[in-house]
Ligand binder design. Structure first.
Ligand code: MN
Length: 235
């Protein structure tokens, strides 16, 4: 299952991040970049493909400069629902910290996306609110024999995110998109304002109604034994 890793890393009784479900947006080709102040700040770069968000963690974020190669570490696929999220992941949870919706839009692969991904070189065009034009993700190839046939560590999930030459190119020394445009495309907020707000903390009981607010509700002791029919599916 495409989202098994995603589900395994999260306790959905504690975090209200959406449980992994394969889905689709209207275009089927959305992209999103979430600026994530976790233990270390990074930018989560996500491309919708085959019902999930293929994801890379980019420590320094994207650049409009083709001479700048940004490390992009491949991480687990995320559900499409994740692409709307901006807010706080509770401390102690996987990825605990603040998430800012930094860019969003649509993308178009050059050639066959699934084949290009498998081959370790994916060329694509972005139409975002901040990022536009052609980019490439290139997988870093381990030098043969360097590790004596050992199973590779996190390095074998390392890619580079590079701007390709087109009309949108800008030298990093003159203009940095991450510095010039730090705020949320969804709310215009900066990271500190999101961290200080409590409106979007993901609590597992966020959508649960308060039963005591119901008309005619009365308090009662819990049953001695939890009654759960054997056929009840677990969420
Ligand atoms: Mn992250």
């Amino acid at each position: 299952m495409a989202l098994a890793d995603y589900n395994k890393k999260r306790d959905f009784n504690v975090t209200a991040e959406p449980p992994g479900r394969v889905g689709s947006t209207a275009t089927g080709r959305s992209f999103v970049i979430q600026k994530h102040a976790a233990s270390r700040l990074h930018y989560d770069f996500r491309l919708e493909l085959d019902g999930v968000l293929k994801s890379w963690s980019v420590p320094k974020g994207p650049s409009f400069d083709p001479s700048v190669k940004r490390l992009a570490v491949e991480v687990e696929d995320h559900p499409i629902d994740y692409g709307d999220f901006e807010g706080i992941i509770p401390a102690g949870q996987y990825g605990g910290g603040t998430v800012l919706l930094w860019d969003r839009g649509t993308w178009a692969p050059v050639g066959d996306a699934a084949k290009s991904l498998a081959a370790g070189e994916l060329k694509f065009e972005l139409q975002g609110e901040k990022l536009q034009g052609r980019f490439v993700l290139v997988k870093i190839k381990e030098r043969p024999g360097r590790r004596g046939g050992q199973r590779l560590g996190p390095e074998d999930r390392s890619w580079l995110l590079i701007k390709e030459r087109d009309a949108h190119v800008r030298p990093e020394t003159q203009w940095s998109v991450t510095e010039a445009m730090p705020n949320s495309v969804a709310t215009g907020r900066e990271m500190a304002a999101i961290a200080a707000a409590s409106d979007r903390v993901w609590h597992s009981n966020r959508d649960r109604p308060d039963p005591s607010a119901l008309e005619g509700a009365r308090a009662a002791a819990l049953p001695a034994k939890k009654v759960v029919p054997a056929s009840t599916p677990r969420r």
